[in-house]
Design a protein around this ligand. Sequence first.
Ligand code: NAP
Ligand code: MG
Length: 494
Amino acid sequence: MTTLTRPDVRARLDLPWTHVDDHYVAGAWTASTGRTRIDVVDPATQEPWGSVPDATPDDVEAATAAADRAFRDGPWPRLRPAERAGYLLRIADEVKKRAEVMAWTTSRENGTPITETLGAASNAAGIFRHFAGLASHLESPDVRAFPGGNAESLVDRDPVGVCALIAPWNFPINLVVTKLAPALLAGCTTVIKPASPTPLSLRFVVEAVEAAGVPAGVVNLLTGSGAVGDALVRHPRTAKVAFTGSTPVGRKIAAACGELLRPVTLELGGKSSAIVLPDADLDAMSRVLIRSCLRNTGQTCYISTRILAPAQRHDEIVDMVTRTVTEAKLGDPFDEDTVFGPVATGAQYDTVLDYLASARAEGARAVAGGHAAEVDRGWFIEPTVLTDVTPRMRVAREEIFGPVVTVLRYETVDDAVALANSTDFGLGGLVFSDDQDAALAVARRMDTGSVGINFFASNHNAPFGGRHDSGLGVEYGVEGLSAYLSYKSIHRRP
Ligand code: NAP
Ligand code: MG
């Protein structure tokens, strides 16, 4: 049993927000009307260090009413898009000022290594700036001639209304900002509900919105359980829902929105594959492996946790993956050398250990890891590489969301593509090859929303979304903005 020591980060851990009793409603931090609280627990120590209120039905009423008033009567939807873009640029600056405290809070909430969370503010600022840059897309009058030429249509892009933004715990800042930035540029108003394990870090984004001078009621924040998310999804004042989270919850939200005919964007789970072509450069692959296949201790929706290895290079690939994973440090998230932290919650810890037990029972072999880490506290799991994995095993088909990769063997490239396309999901994917043309041809055959060639990263300028059980609709790009717009065509004879 090892003792994981926390570096001396007392100053960092002197965080401004720990135990809070308010939500952000109508432009002010407002005490919750209820007494039920949700603890915030440090996954590396299992110590509760903060708490937030669980929003009551009255809190939900107040937040949705504020967003509705700001939409119907407030200035925000009536500003010119370029004016709203000015606010987005100011929010970006204000978010960047809060980078460190935001990072420390996030790492303490969900155990993400500090080297990762320190990038969250500049990433968020980049997303606000990206959408600010799309203002011209909303400004220009869009006039379309009738086919006969004797009349024309003005195509207006109206904001859709009050948006409920519901986020998971793995990237609590980014996965709200990907929704908030386009919603604000479009002229919508919002009610945000972060995940229960990560309710505090988002307060810095709200603080940045406030410091940028965004009018009251445009952005509201409620903390609380899944029931609060459900109440927002179904609330009569909600006009659109944007959700990132698990596929089972996404299905429930889709069902509710289907009944209500309410537009919804869903970014859900994944089980993505990295196809290693026979000519791949394994040293180059090793350098991007953790970012592409195990980012954030394996708790990233798009990572390629199934590595598909050509039979003739299978053992060499297993050796490279094993070496890369075992050389990366498991440790306290506040240690700058840490690559793998704890998993974020006790529930996730149990889920991942259950998958590891299923792998053993079904005949897979752990060539690295395979068990809970031998440390004195915290939800740490050994980074794990599984081989002798067949496509029918649960670990080959289901999302694990922990530090586990599987290596599967293939004979022909056609088999590899079929294997990659054989899950219920379609979110990410990778092709490793030195031959750009061959890699592109394989990437085009993969039935998924995004594929990387020799690296994976999402691009603010390009749509990101899942196929099949990985979701509905896209975020980012001009396509991600259209989810917050309602089109109106006005026909006239000039
Ligand atoms: P989750 O359980 O689906 O929860 C996501 C959010 O929904 C949380 O805020 C949760 O609140 C809330 N919620 C729970 N039940 C709800 C309901 N019935 N109606 C409305 N909202 C409800 O997901 P998670 O455990 O936080 O995150 C892990 C999952 O997210 C993984 O499966 C992962 O793949 C997926 N994910 C997908 C993407 C993507 O972009 N595609 C990105 C990141 C994560 P509570 O926290 O209070 O339960
Ligand atoms: Mg959950």
